[in-house]
Design a protein around this ligand. Structure first.
Ligand code: ADP
Ligand code: MG
Length: 608
């Protein structure tokens, strides 16, 4: 048999390597920014078009490349940053693998312009799919400009795999932020589709954090500083009273590199211990410096995990430093958090000492065949028999709201052959609506049911463009961090389609002149925060539709919470609305809305 093993041609090898290095436009952003920093740039411009799908360009004023180096830069394993294996243990550059440019050139159209300060003229190279198309001398300022166009032009499958512009822009913004926060002294200009989105001047760390996240963050920061033999720590943590229910901004930088480390994260959270209510997260921006030989640098090119030699010691130092700083800044515990009202009505039936008499309210005049409802009269059952004690405390179970013979719209559910079968609704635990139907008893989660109703309503509104909205007497100003402002601009037209009216979005402030009819003015900040959070956390692998995400998030924010008492009219209306939904079984987030207990199942609970 003949030999069958061959060496892969370079362009194939490069394409394979590219699969690891370049997952999406944001990966290109990261690599190009890091190269600019390694080249000693003090000013860096980032230009993005069409969420990086059309263009990612980085222009720096760094040291530039000679003509020979410019050509060599695109070869695999071509790097100026290490020469020997020992250098690996004393890295102070971001790159060292010499893979990025070769990988990028394998899957995009790349145009490089570069000039060193002692040269008159620079070099222009155009390269596509690893083949040099054009090389020339050119006039260009000192430094390097690399434009990466039409990413994945030769791998349609990868191109199709890219997410919506919102998602890709978010990834780009994340990478950009990490680099910008690592290097506050470097000036960055960020342009999206030819508009300057962000101008970060050379500054100190605190100013940089504020420039990236908006001025509101300034008052929240507590400085952290510690220096020991094995580590120096600088940076900021958020004051506990500003902790968020959602994971906020959490950044570790080790030797000027953004990293993730669950163990050290735990140290930070632990330092906050007891200062934070359960479910709240601190923000932090922590800059750690450790001897380069005490960390494992041989990390995957795109991974941000890192291993330390002496993790346990670092944990202890980090924790005590933060604890100390929080104490020093006299950060008081137990501040007023905007708690969910649901959290304030715990159900401690077991702990109840006294059982009060249940109050039953029925309407003895009720006539199901009568159209007009008569005012209901209340009638209390005399407190003479023993059976009342079988009932739980009425403050927990809303027997007050027994409503007899309510009619529901969805007849399929209720066997229409027998019109006299009537339903009743009860609210229990201020959370479930019980409804007795032919097939048994339904337990409906009120919050999830309402989410479904609102979700379908919002989707309809968005698609039929029913832009009815309530005008605000006074325009309302909401302040957000700049990332969220960016998101808001992206989804502005979708929000307008459901009744939000924006009079302007300037800097970190959104000014609203109108809101949808069912939205509570006082909850707007919360509502928008929830919305931005959902969009940011959108799971990239689910089929993505922007409108759908917005509708889901708003439905979740606006839905009646559990723990809220509903009167019988509200219970009925909710049920009627739910069962006229297209998918009454599942919440927009895929949770079961109700369960049914069939007569057989009930029977099984008895011994007879
Ligand atoms: P690495 O950064 O791992 O060395 P890259 O493929 O990213 O590998 O870059 C290859 C080489 O090209 C670098 O080592 C550097 O010498 C040169 N280079 C890349 N970008 C720039 C830049 N913006 N300015 C100057 N030199 C650069
Ligand atoms: Mg590099």
């Amino acid at each position: 048999m003949s030999d069958i093993i061959q060496l892969l041609p370079d362009h194939v090898a490069n394409q394979i390597a590219a699969g690891e290095v370049v997952q999406r436009p944001a990966s290109v952003v990261k690599e190009l920014l890091e190269n600019a920093i390694d080249a000693g740039a003090t000013e860096i411009k980032l230009l993005i078009k069409d969420a990086g799908k059309t263009l990612v360009q980085v222009i720096d004023n760094g040291k530039g490349m000679s003509t020979t180096d410019a050509r060599l830069a695109f070869e695999r394993h071509a790097t100026s940053k290490i020469k020997t294996a020992e250098d690996l243990f004393n890295l102070n550059t971001k790159g060292f693998r010499g893979e990025a440019l070769a990988s990028i050139a394998a899957i995009a159209h790349v145009e490089l312009k570069t000039k060193q300060s002692d040269q008159e003229l620079g070099t222009l190279i155009k390269i596509e799919g690893n083949t040099i198309q054009h090389q020339d001398v050119t006039t260009t300022p000192t430094g390097t400009s690399i434009a990466v166009k039409n990413l994945f032009f030769n791998i349609p499958a990868r191109r199709n795999f890219l997410k919506s512009n919102t998602v890709e822009n978010r990834h780009i913004r994340d990478e950009f932020n990490r680099v910008a926060l690592t290097h506050p002294s470097i000036t960055f200009n960020f342009y999206t589709n030819d508009n300057e989105t962000l101008n970060l001047r050379s500054s100190n760390l605190r100013q940089r954090i504020v420039a990236v996240f908006g001025k509101k963050i300034n008052e929240k920061l507590v400085p952290i500083s510690e220096s020991t033999d094995i580590i120096t720590i600088n940076g900021f943590v958020s004051k506990p009273e500003f902790a968020k229910k959602k994971r906020g901004e959490q950044f570790f930088f080790v030797n000027n590199r953004f990293i993730k480390n669950g163990y050290l994260h735990h140290a930070v959270v632990n330092a906050f211990n007891e200062l934070l209510p359960v479910g709240y997260h601190p923000s932090y921006f922590l800059y750690l410096n450790v001897p380069p030989n005490s960390i494992d640098i041989n990390i995957h090119p795109t991974k941000t995990e890192i291993k330390f030699d002496n993790e346990h010691a670092l944990y202890a130092i980090l924790r005590s430093t933060i604890k100390h700083s929080l104490g020093q800044y006299n950060v008081a515990p137990a501040l007023d958090f905007n708690r969910d009202s649901a959290m304030d009505v715990p159900y401690h039936f077991k702990d109840k000492k006294t059982v009060t008499t249940p109050q039953i309210q029925v309407n003895p005049d009720f006539n199901p065949f009568e159209k007009e409802e008569k005012p209901s009269t209340t009638f209390k059952k005399p407190n003479t028999t023993q059976w009342e004690s079988l009932y739980v405390d009425t403050s927990e179970v809303d027997i007050n709201n027994i409503e007899v013979e309510a009619q529901l719209v969805d007849q399929n559910l209720f066997d229409d052959s027998e019109n006299e079968v009537k339903t009743r609704t009860y609210q229990v635990h201020k959370k479930y609506i019980l409804s007795v139907v032919k097939s048994g008893i339904l337990f409906i989660n009120q919050n999830l049911a309402h989410q479904r109703v609102l979700y379908e309503e919002l989707l309809t509104k968005m698609t039929i463009e029913d832009t009815s909205s309530q005008q605000l007497l006074f325009p309302l100003e909401l302040v957000f961090n700049l990332i969220d402002i960016g998101l808001c601009k992206e989804i502005q037209s979708d929000l307008e389609s459901i009744g939000f009216q924006f009079s302007s979005i300037v800097d970190d402030t959104i000014i609203l002149s109108g809101i949808p009819a069912n939205v509570n003015q006082n909850k707007l900040q919360e509502l928008f925060e929830g919305l931005f959070e959902t969009i940011k956390n959108e799971i990239p692998d689910t089929s993505f539709s922007q409108l759908d995400t917005i509708a889901k998030s708003l439905a979740k924010s606006l839905a009646i919470k559990n723990g809220i008492k509903l009167n019988s009219a509200a219970q009925e209306e909710l049920l009627a609305q739910l069962f006229s939904c297209k998918e009454p079984n599942q919440s927009p987030f895929g949770k079961k809305i109700f369960i049914t207990l069939s007569p057989e199942e009930i029977q099984l609970k008895f011994d007879d």
